[in-house]
Design a protein around this ligand. Structure first.
Ligand code: PMP
Length: 428
């Protein structure tokens, strides 16, 4: 029996996340990672553009991060009491770097960070409703488990991503269209007094890349301020990846709360929730704070060491310069290639994140626009890349990532593999 078959006997579906069960790849067993690559149990090598959904901005097994974690491990393990120097230094750095963060708490995942952000917003406002946007993902918990990727007939009404969620929870969420300023104004006009929070990915990368308009982000800021609602930027993907200060630094809009995760620790299990001190002070980490906050592994020394080493490297080395240059090159040259082959696509993204939608332009601005994307071509193209050892996740609307470890030679291989993949698709 193969390892994958043994996995399916003892692990439901044979994998540890609903996002890892990929049609056509059910026999894949990963054995090693390094830099921009991973290897499977048959010895095949892949250039990794999936990048674990985003954490390894420096690349897999970054030597400086690995050394910092090893050093921490040699001297410190979890005690579950008080605080460590590493936690203080990391919190100071986050508060310095991210415009909205005055105070910050660590969690082990991004989902925990968004969970606590929304509970805090409901607690401090005494209100019920949360506004989210079709196409944004904020984790697996009930309050946000709806309307990420929806069938056309489910857009515009609650579309849970799971069974087992109470209807009352779904009813407490208003789902709006991303970049729709009028819909935001209407929601606040109709329900402003009952809106506890607005949560969004400032760039919805869970459906590839929808770039926000300045007007949209400014309107959210204005309406939340006027209504006394809490504006939450979920920067679990964009935090550190798009700038050390997150996309809020790029956009020049300061939310009330920010959630972080993924790239801030280059792959160690992390989440963070930070923001206005007057809001954060409600958490029970402060004696008497009424909003319960806990977690056995919060601020784990390994994770803190990984995050601190990641911050140091991002500050000291030209990581952003490198990944932005490669990202621009990928987008520019993929676009030129498809034009030459006369295949209508939109190649878009931001910085190190890129995606090719199989649809005519212009670039999509909301989830509805993505209904024009040809899902079978999107997935078919990526399956043909994977066959050639270039790993972009073969699932519809998923984004791809570059890291500091990716090279121009890696990008050359991606372009060559794309030319062959598209040639084969056109011949079918
Ligand atoms: N928010 C966003 C924007 C995400 O992309 C994710 C994870 N893909 C999460 C929250 C949840 O993070 P985690 O998987 O670490 O719980």
């Amino acid at each position: 029996m193969t390892l994958a078959e043994r996995a399916r006997r003892v692990i439901p579906g044979g994998v540890n996340s609903g996002q890892r069960s990929i049609p056509g790849l059910t026999d894949l067993v990963i054995t090693r990672t390094q830099g921009s690559r991973f290897w499977d149990s048959t010895g095949r090598e892949f250039t990794d553009y999936h990048a674990a959904f985003g954490p390894p901005l420096l690349g897999h097994n970054d030597p400086d991060v690995a050394a910092a974690v090893a050093a921490a491990r040699a001297s410190l393990s979890l005690t579950g009491v008080a605080v460590t120097e590493g936690e203080v230094l990391l919190a100071e750095q986050l508060a310095e770097l991210v415009p909205s963060i005055e105070k910050v708490l660590l969690t082990s995942t991004g989902s925990e960070a968004t969970f606590h952000a929304l509970r805090l917003a409901r607690a401090v406002t005494g209100r019920r409703l949360v506004v989210k946007f079709q196409g944004c993902y904020h984790g697996w918990h009930d309050a946000v488990s709806l309307n990420v990727i929806s069938a056309p007939d489910r857009i515009g009404r609650p579309d849970p991503t799971s069974t087992g969620i109470l209807p009352e929870v779904l009813d407490a969420t208003l789902v709006l269209r991303f970049n729709d300023v009028e819909a935001v104004r209407r929601a606040f006009a109709d329900h402003g007094d009952d809106i506890a929070a607005v949560i969004l990915e400032p760039v919805p990368h869970n459906v590839g890349a929808l770039l926000p308009t300045d007007d949209f982000l400014r309107t959210l800021r204005e309406e939340c301020t006027r209504a006394g609602s809490v504006l939450v930027f979920d920067e679990v993907i964009t935090g550190f990846r798009h700038a050390l200060g997150g996309y809020q630094e790029v956009a020049g809009i300061v939310p009330d709360l920010t959630t972080l995760g993924k790239a801030i620790a280059n792959g160690a299990p992390v989440g963070a929730l930070g923001g206005r001190a007057d809001l954060m002070e409600h958490f029970s980490s402060r004696p008497g704070g009424p909003v319960f906050f806990a977690g056995t592994y919060n601020g784990h020394p390994d994770v803190v060491a990984a995050a601190s080493a990641t911050v140091r490297k991002l500050r000291e080395e030209p990581v952003h310069e490198h990944v932005f240059r490669l990202g621009d090159r990928v987008r520019r040259e993929l676009d030129a290639l498809y034009r030459r082959l006369d295949v209508p696509v939109v190649v878009t993204g931001f910085g190190s994140v890129f995606v090719t939608y199989f649809m005519p332009g212009p670039a999509p601005r909301s989830y509805d626009d993505l209904l024009a994307n040809d899902a079978s071509r999107f997935v078919g193209y990526r399956r043909r890349l994977v066959e050639q050892g270039v790993f972009e996740l073969p699932l519809n609307l998923k984004r791809s990532h570059l890291s500091y470890a990716h090279t121009d030679a890696d990008v050359d291989r991606l372009l060559e593999a794309t030319e062959r993949a598209v040639g084969a698709m056109l011949a079918d």
